[in-house]
Design a protein around this ligand. Structure first.
Ligand code: MN
Length: 129
């Protein structure tokens, strides 16, 4: 069985690297997109098991991309977790109200990231090799 696949849509290379390193180390398979447009294309081709979606992106924003995912027949059931630089309570409420399944404030701590992702997925044992 192949490990669960997580699509990360994030335009900041530093944040992307952190998230990728933590999730790869945890045994997940990671697919990356620097824009919502690329992310939506990848998700439509092959729906991932989870999406981590930055809210502030060049071009289409994360909120709009979420709506596209939730309207897509093949992606409607995929959980989408918001990544945002704003750690305000308002932002968290706004993300959840918009339909995100979870929320992570940047800078993301590895532990919080693992906890949030593990709410939705379990990495497969053999993927640690
Ligand atoms: Mn961004």
């Amino acid at each position: 069985m192949s490990p669960p696949e997580i699509l990360i849509v994030e335009d900041n290379p530093k944040n992307l690297k952190l998230v990728r390193d933590v999730l790869t180390h945890a045994g997940y398979q990671v697919v990356e997109a620097p824009t919502a447009e690329v992310g939506l294309e990848l998700a439509a081709e092959r729906p991932p098991d989870l999406v981590l979606m930055d809210l502030q992106l060049p071009g289409m924003g994360g909120m709009e991309a979420l709506q596209v995912l939730k309207l897509g027949a093949r992606t409607a059931a995929v959980p989408v977790v918001a990544l945002t630089a704003f750690a305000m309570d308002d932002d968290r409420n706004r993300a959840l109200a918009a339909g995100f399944d979870g929320y992570l404030a940047k800078p993301v701590s590895p532990r919080t990231l693992r906890e949030e992702v593990d709410r939705f997925l379990q990495p497969s044992e053999e993927s640690h090799v």
